[in-house]
Design a protein around this ligand. Structure first.
Ligand code: ATP
Length: 270
């Protein structure tokens, strides 16, 4: 029954260069995940207890998932991803078993990264449950805390979690020895947007006058996911115009930017 929880094992192929901007986050993730796996002797020599888990937080579409995949891929680690809410199930007891089996799987696949996406769906502050006794959420959380407490970072398992809602995360999860590093992955600045356009447009044939710097300047509140949507839309517009189109032109990108609004605006208009 536990097998119903999606815990597909993969070796992701995302490279650091596939992510525009956020050099500081990339560097920190390398230190937190790569060093304990690769520099075990140096870390032991210095007598430090390496971080246990890292929590990435920030608005949707700003590369939290890409970051987790990239650090696993660049460090040569297996990757097990699960969405927080998927761990809940309607059968009593099964959700805790799912957490247990997830970590058992990670140990068997070590060196590995366990990635909890949308951890807020799992780890909301327990005070916010409505006084109806021990909820499934409480039990899943307790199991997660037990597993985190039992982790020895240099034994080959790194835990990364992501959330858009740091404010509702149970503080028990943020204590030392659990998710004890918190990194903000925010919206891209202009230089990062230029890099993100470069990454996505490099996969498409573009006319030589397409200028990624102007595109970056025109898209001030766009996230990485919005920019990826703009590039896709531009290619579709080129094809709508002429099914034999061979390149994306400046006019296609301008129209795409006019059509694809930044997700922050889309959300506030809902
Ligand atoms: P959510 O909170 O909604 O899960 P997220 O922060 O995990 O979002 P990702 O899933 O990593 O965001 O990004 C979604 C998509 O947006 C990526 O697959 C990629 O195509 C694009 N993208 C986002 N940020 C970047 C970036 N910095 N560089 C290149 N592409 C990006």
């Amino acid at each position: 029954q536990v097998a119903k929880t999606k815990v597909a094992l993969e070796v992701p192929k995302v490279k650091w260069n596939d992510i525009g901007g956020h050099d500081d986050v990339k560097q920190k993730l390398k230190e937190i995940v790569e060093w304990p796996q690769k520099q075990t002797a140096a870390i032991a020599r210095m007598g430090v207890d390496p971080p246990h888990g890292v929590l990435l937080h920030g608005p949707p579409g700003c590369s939290k998932t890409l970051m987790a995949r990239a650090v696993a891929s660049e460090t040569g680690l297996n990757f097990i991803a699960v969405k927080g809410p998927e761990l809940f199930s309607k059968w009593v007891g099964e959700s805790e078993k799912a957490v247990k089996s997830l970590f058992a799987r990670a140990r068997a696949a070590a060196p590995s990264v366990v990635f909890f996406d949308e951890i807020d769906g799992l780890a909301v502050k327990r005070e916010s449950s409505h006084g109806q006794g021990v909820s499934v959420g409480d039990r899943v959380m307790s199991q997660l805390l037990t597993e985190m407490d039992g982790l020895v970072p240099m034994k080959g398992i790194s835990v990364i979690a992501a959330t858009n809602r740091l404010d509702i995360i149970d503080s028990a999860l943020l204590r030392p020895g659990r998710f004890d590093r918190i990194l903000y992955v925010g919206p891209p600045d202009e230089d990062a947007r230029r890099q993100i356009f470069g990454i996505h447009l490099s996969k498409m044939p573009c006319s030589p006058d397409v200028c990624i710097s102007s595109l970056a300047a025109m898209t001030s509140s766009y996230t990485g996911a919005d920019i990826s949507a703009v590039c896709r839309e531009a290619a579709m517009i080129a094809l709508e115009e002429d099914v034999n189109a061979r390149e994306v032109r400046v006019c296609h990108l301008d129209t795409a930017i006019a059509r694809v609004k930044p997700s922050s605006l889309r959300q506030s208009s809902i």
